[in-house]
Ligand binder design. Structure first.
Ligand SMILES: Cc1ncc(COP(=O)(O)O)c(C=O)c1O
Length: 197
């Protein structure tokens, strides 16, 4: 019983430490004090939800689409002391997500010189028998980097050599690409390769 309560407190403490919530609540204080704040924390637009989206949402609820979607994630795939590889700079919640799954976040720093991209040799040097998940975010928040096809292919090849390693491919910003580049989905890339071979 004590263990359960301890675990619950650990989870609550962890969630409370999600930095994004802290930043979002802090800037509200500044805004109320009349300070001009440019919000770059939570991914929230500065306009109301367009009516066409509101309508689709209401219709979906009326049609009974109110149940949980599949939510298997890190909690389901990680065991204690597994490692979750996170290229940095990273979206702030990733390490907490790993910790909540009892896994260890392994931050692999990237640099401006490499466009904040994770290079194959660096990835390979971090892989071991504990490596369970690689979190890849492209287009990336916060760096804006987009993995080019060739680099994505090289990463896919390395992942294929490590059967225990899963990739959590965060493509949430697939439609927000500013430079003359194209978003490459790791999953689609792998499916393409499978079809060709
Ligand atoms: C890269 C990235 N992944 C995931 C999320 C979280 O998405 P959700 O709103 O579905 O929790 C965010 C939110 O800012 C994000 O920037």
């Amino acid at each position: 019983m004590v263990r359960i309560i301890d675990d619950a407190f650990y989870v609550i403490r962890t969630i409370c430490q999600l930095h994004i919530c802290y930043v979002a609540s802090t800037y509200e204080v500044f805004i109320r004090a009349g300070v001009l704040v440019i919000r770059l924390a939570a991914g929230e637009p500065d306009f109301n939800t367009p009516s066409v989206i509101v309508e689709v949402g209401i219709n979906a609820i009326c049609e009974g689409h109110t149940w949980y979607t599949p939510n298997a994630g890190l909690l389901d795939v990680c065991s204690p002391s597994d490692e979750v590889i996170i290229p940095g700079p990273f979206y702030v919640s990733y390490p907490e997500m790993a910790r909540m799954a009892d896994a260890n976040p392994v931050i692999v720093e990237t640099s401006l010189n490499n466009n904040f991209l994770l290079y194959p040799k660096v990835l390979e040097s971090k892989l071991n028998e504990k490596s369970r998940v690689l979190i890849l975010c492209s287009p990336s928040n916060p760096t804006g980097s987009v993995y080019p096809r060739k680099l994505m292919e090289e990463i896919a090849k390395i992942v294929a050599k490590h059967p225990r390693l899963l990739v959590l491919s965060d493509e949430i910003y697939e439609h927000i690409v500013y430079a003359s580049t194209t978003h490459i989905s790791l999953l689609l890339l792998c499916l393409e390769c499978e079809r060709e071979h």
